[in-house]
Each structure stands twice: as C-alpha cells, then as structure tokens.
Design a protein around this ligand. Structure first.
Ligand code: GCV
Length: 655
C-alpha cells in the first residue's frame, strides 16, 4: 500500500493544492509499470485522499489508468499521452517519469483533453541549486538565494528528514523537470566531500529523486585531485589525475547508478581550472568526461569564463566577448558526453542583455542554455518580476535569421535547458509567493519552448489560486509585464550594472564603473553606453551571424532595448519615438514608479480573496518594491540629469 504523504502543513502548496485533485482522488487509480516514479502516482493519490478526507473510491467511480503499455511510438522519455474512454482516462507513457508527468498535468489542468500528447522538446530539463552545506553570514546557505536556506543541506550535511526535499522534487516533477544539481557550482571545502564521505547521503537523495523521475548531478571542484586525492596537481593531462577522476566516478556510480554526471565551473571567478596547467577547457572537460563515459554520465561544463580581474582603464577588453572568444576555437574538441552550459546572455543574468552569441556558434559541440530563476539581478524576490517572457524571447531567438536554416536557441540548445533555482526553505518555497510563477514557467518552457509566457501565467495562477476570475484578473495585473517594469527602472536601453556591488540589490550607478569586473556603462557628460561595434568598438557585434551582426552594428537598426549595450550614444540622440535618449531615461523611470504603485494598489483590490498569509507577504513585498522603485528612479534620473544638464521636458522632481 502506498504511504500517504501529508504535505507540509506549514508550507504553501504552490500550484498543487489538493483541492485541485478531487477528480483524481475520487477516481479508481491504477498504475501499471513505471518503477519508482510510477509508484509515486499512487503515493500522490493516497496523499490527495488523505488531505481531502476521502476514502477508497466507489466501485463504479471513473477509472484513471496510468500505464507504460502501448505508449505511442516516438514519445520521448518523460512524455505521455492522454486518452478518454467515456468517463475513464488512460495515460500512456514510455516510462515512470512520463506517468508522473501525466498525473501532474491532470492535477494542474483537471480537464486535460482527449488526445493530448505531451512530448518534452529536450532530454535535459534541469535546476541547478546553488546550495552550500554550510551557511555564511551574508547569503545563508544558498548563494544568491532569496527564499531562506537550503532545503537539502544544514550544518555541513544533508538533512536527515527529506520531507522538504521531497516537496521540492514534487514541484520539479510537476512541471516536467528531470535533473537536479544538488550543490553550488562554487564548490567549497565541505561540498567536496559529496563525492566521498557524504556519498551515502547523496545516494539517499538520488533514491528519492528517482521516484520523481529526477536524476541528480554533483558540482565538482576541478582541484579535487589535490584536495581529495592527495596529488600535487590537477593537470587534466596527468595520468594520475585521470585515474583520480576514474576512481571517483566508479565510486559514485556504485552508489548512484543513474547519476547524471558532473557540473563544473572552472577557470571562472577564481575557481580552479585547466588554465593553471597551460591546458584549455577541452582538456579540462574531457578528462572528466572520460571518467564518466563508462557509466553513461555527462559533464556539464560552464562557459561563464571571463577576466574578473580586469583593469577598468583597459578599453580593449570586453567581458561580453569572453565566452565566445574562449570556446569557439575549441569547437569540435570536446568528447561526446560533454555539454557546454552557456548563460543566456554574454554578461551575467542582467534584466536585459542580448542573447549570447556562443549559443549559436558551436556547431560541433552539444550546448545547453542556462537561465537564472533566482532573481539575483531582478529584484531578489522582493520585487515581482515575471521572467518567463525574457526566457521565451531567448529561446525563440533565431540565429538563422536571414538564411534558409532557422536555428533558434531552443534548436541549438540540444544539450538541455537549465536554470538556477529560486527555491529555499521559506514558507512559500520562493520567498515571494508570486515568484512561484517563475519556477512553474521555467519548467514548462524547458518542456516546450514554444509555450506562451502569458498563457503560462494564466495556467499557474489558476492552479495556484483556483477559479475565482476576479482574483485571477488581479494576479495577472500584478504579475504580467513586471519584467519590463524592472527593466524600465534599472537598465535603460540595455545598459546594465548600475546596481549595488556584491549583493546586487538597489541602485548604485557607478558602483561597478571602476571595478575589476568588466561591467561598465561609460556614462560621461555627453552620453552613455558601450561601443561594441566592429567598426569603432570592441567588435562584440561581430560575434553574431551576419544578419544580427549588421542589425546590432548600426545605430539606426539596433533594437532600442539594446541600444546602449552596443553603442555609446549622446544624450541628445533622438529615438524612434521622437524624444531624446536622456528624456527616455527620465520617462521610463517615472513611469516605472507609477507602474509599481499601480501593481501594489491592484493587489489590495484582490488581497482579501487569498489566504491571509499570502495576502500579507505579497503586500509587504510590494511596499518594498514601491520604495525601491522610487529609489531607482531618484538615483538614475538625478545621475543623468547631473551628467547631461538636460532638463526634464515635463518638469518633474529630480534631485
Ligand atoms: C555561483 C554571478 C553570481 C555568482 C555566481 C556566478 C556564476 O557572478 O554573482 O554568485 O556564482 O554568477 O554563475 O557562477
């Protein structure tokens, strides 16, 4: 008999409230096949019945059959098909994960239609947790986490009680995610032991993850041959180093036979890597790949590689170029089980960046795209900032434009769609209750990049808040368009990094201007922006295929939202709408504050339709968002007013 799993009474159910599953709880549910993930369907049904106070279903109740028999040909792992047979329903899938995905689909969308066939677009749909085994005084135990501490680690170990971990896996599986990197890509002393002394705990987590159709991955430290193996080098071409990685992989796979593999941040922001030995990233990735290959494991090798000790006086180095410059020359040199994991933009998860040209440039190497669901640079789960429109725009970006071969990012990222998680042990999982929408939408977009972000917002809010149409309209008004609002307030026309250094919350226009991070906007008395053209700038625009390169190169054709990313532009420059650049900066900031006030007021119109805690948590954060928006507006308008001397055409208050 499956064990009922009463879901944590003190936590928010997200988009999976039991009330939504009455039709499943009342049905005769049968599972045929599917291993541990198939069995979870029965656990879930038992849990729903327990929560809803329902007993065993009547003998003539409709039947839901979940079966791995007779799945349609060509369904990918994790996919499923739904067939109606009178009042009965049959969910067919090639594997247990597919059965579970079908179950959750029927929970989120109770009237799932006859003939529905859901097939994931890509095999690897992954969340990376930046969770550390120990907390520090600044960020707690999750790097860039804004939702409390890690659900997985506490006090230097994996938690004993995996109840919250189970809840997290359940959220992942319910939106089709199937891979989880357990620990931060910045691997510290404690986490090195995950491949060693903590391996039994990793196995325990992997067992649980398996029952949700999720495989686990470990972030590993490239210098482990020294710290764990007692060697004096981590040189990837040293046979002793290769042997260390082989032994490590063999040990790991004895404990976790379906381990996904390794996630690696190397030669990036001070992390160790192959460069110390005069080797390149292909050498580094391949030594790990060869250790994993006999076990069918994969290396996810991150391309977030740039000079973080740049001299700000040096105008010839452009951080935006770095990933492409490092990795394109290595295309074709990586083993088949290496996947290069590329951030969506060339800088670092800014609210607005162009799509990373590296995503379209690797023809001989498998590539994955990496997004950031945790809102490091987008309001840190204090601001409502619905990011799915950004991700959708990236996934649809077509490198093949102007040619006969369409090559969207979704087409290019055959190795996977990955994101940094926004989950912690907060009551509502994501710090801000409305930030749940980002987690939901990320999973759904990873599953199918063609989905419409606004439709996903509707799907999420209906599943979360029920069918109260007035409430849903209010939630929509508070959340929809909030990415654009954050952009208006913080990153005019594609110029980024006017943010407080280190913690990345709130404005500091010159906070990064004279630092070593390569993050400059070059504002002076005449204009602002970075000349990245081929003709007169850093040449970054030339890293794109010709149609895009030409568009970005020319001030007249460059999309306005990226104008200052590609060009240094005078304050008096006239934009398409007729106003000057500096006037646009003033206008978007004043409008941004109004927009946030409107969102806060709109919430008050519907807040009494949700539970008291959600109402209050959202209210408190919206109040902070209003305060923060005003701060952004005041600082940025004042800065550019002082720099340019240009009055605001509408005579508004600038300091
Ligand atoms: C995990 C940014 C963040 C870092 C993060 C890094 C990365 O620089 O600020 O906290 O480190 O990206 O993606 O590796």
């Amino acid at each position: 008999m499956p064990t009922p799993q009463p879901w944590f009474p003190d936590t928010h159910p997200c988009w999976l409230p039991a009330a939504r599953g009455r039709h499943l709880a009342a049905a005769r549910v049968e599972v045929d096949g599917g291993g541990p993930a198939g069995a979870t369907v029965l656990d879930e049904v038992a849990s729903l019945r327990a929560e809803l106070g329902l007993g065993e279903p009547a003998a003539d109740a409709p039947r839901w059959l979940f079966t791995t028999a007779g799945a349609p040909d060509g369904l990918r792992p994790g996919g499923f098909a739904v067939h109606h047979d009178g009042a009965d329903r049959v969910v067919r899938a090639p594997d247990g994960a597919g059965l579970l995905h079908g179950f959750y689909r029927a929970l989120v969308v109770p009237d799932v239609l006859d003939g529905t066939v859901e097939d994931p677009a890509v095999d690897l749909r992954m969340l990376d947790s930046w969770d550390n085994m120990t907390a520090d005084g600044v960020m707690g135990s999750v790097e860039r986490g804004y939702a409390g501490d890690s659900v997985l680690f506490r006090d230097g170990r994996v938690v004993e009680d995996l109840t919250r971990v189970r809840g997290f896996l359940r959220l992942m599986a319910s939106v089709g995610l199937n891979a989880w990197a357990l620990n931060n890509v910045n691997v510290h002393d404690a986490e090195r032991g995950l491949v060693d002394e903590h391996l039994p705990d990793v196995a325990r987590v992997a067992d649980l993850a398996r029952s949700f159709g999720v495989r686990v991955w470990l972030s590993v430290d490239f210098s482990s041959p020294i710290s764990l193996g007692g060697l004096d080098v981590a040189d990837p071409l040293d046979e002793r180093v290769a042997a260390f990685w082989r032994e490590t992989a063999d040990r790991l796979y004895r404990a976790v036979p379906d381990l996904g593999g390794f996630l690696v941040k190397a030669d990036s922001e001070g992390r160790p890597g192959p460069h110390a030995y005069g080797r390149d990233h292909a050498d580094g990735a391949n030594v790990l790949a060869r250790a994993l290959a006999p076990h069918s494991g994969t290396v996810l090798w991150r391309c977030f590689v740039y000079d973080h000790r740049q001299d700000w006086r040096d105008r010839s180095t452009d951080r935006a170029r770095a990933a492409h410059d490092h990795f394109v020359p290595l295309d074709g040199r990586f083993d088949d089980n290496v996947v290069l994991q590329v951030k969506n933009g060339p800088m670092d998860f800014q609210v607005r960046e162009p799509v990373s040209p590296l995503l379209g440039a690797l023809r001989e190497t498998t590539t994955a795209v990496e997004f950031q669901v945790t809102q490091e640079y987008t309001g840190q789960q204090q601001h409502v900032c619905y990011l799915a429109p950004q991700w959708s725009e990236v996934l649809r970006f077509d490198f093949g434009e102007g040619t006969s071969e369409p090559r969207t990012v979704a087409d290019c990222a055959r190795g996977g769609v990955v994101a940094v998680s926004n989950v912690g042990d907060s009551w509502c999982w994501t710090g801000h209750p409305l930030a749940q929408a980002n987690l939901f939408a990320f999973g759904r977009l990873a599953w199918d990049p063609r989905l419409d972000p606004d439709a996903l917002l509707g799907e999420w809010s209906r599943a979360t808040f029920g069918d109260d149409e007035e409430l849903l309209a209010g939630v929509h008004d508070v959340v929809a368009g909030s990415w654009r609002t954050y952009e208006d307030l913080t990153a005019p026309l594609g110029v980024g990094w006017m943010v407080s250094p280190h913690h990345h919350y709130g404005p500091d226009v010159e906070g990064y201007e004279y630092t070593a991070w390569g993050t400059y906007h070059f504002a002076d008395r005449d204009g602002v922006g970075v000349d990245r053209t081929v003709a007169t700038g850093t040449g970054y625009a030339g890293q794109y295929p010709p149609a895009h390169a030409a568009r970005y190169e020319d001030l007249a054709t460059c999309p306005e939202e990226l104008l200052l990313f590609f060009h240094h532009v005078g304050y008096g420059h006239r934009l398409s709408t007729g106003e000057t650049l500096v006037q646009r900066i003033y206008d978007t900031h004043f409008a941004g504050v109004e927009d946030v006030r409107r969102r806060a007021a709109r919430w008050e119109e519907v807040a009494d339709r949700v539970d008291e805690r959600t109402a209050q948590e959202v209210r408190t954060r919206l109040a902070e968002q209003v305060r923060s928006a005003q701060e952004w507006c005041d600082r940025i308008t004042t800065y550019f007013h002082r720099a340019s001397g240009a009055p605001d055409a509408h005579g508004r208050r600038i300091f």
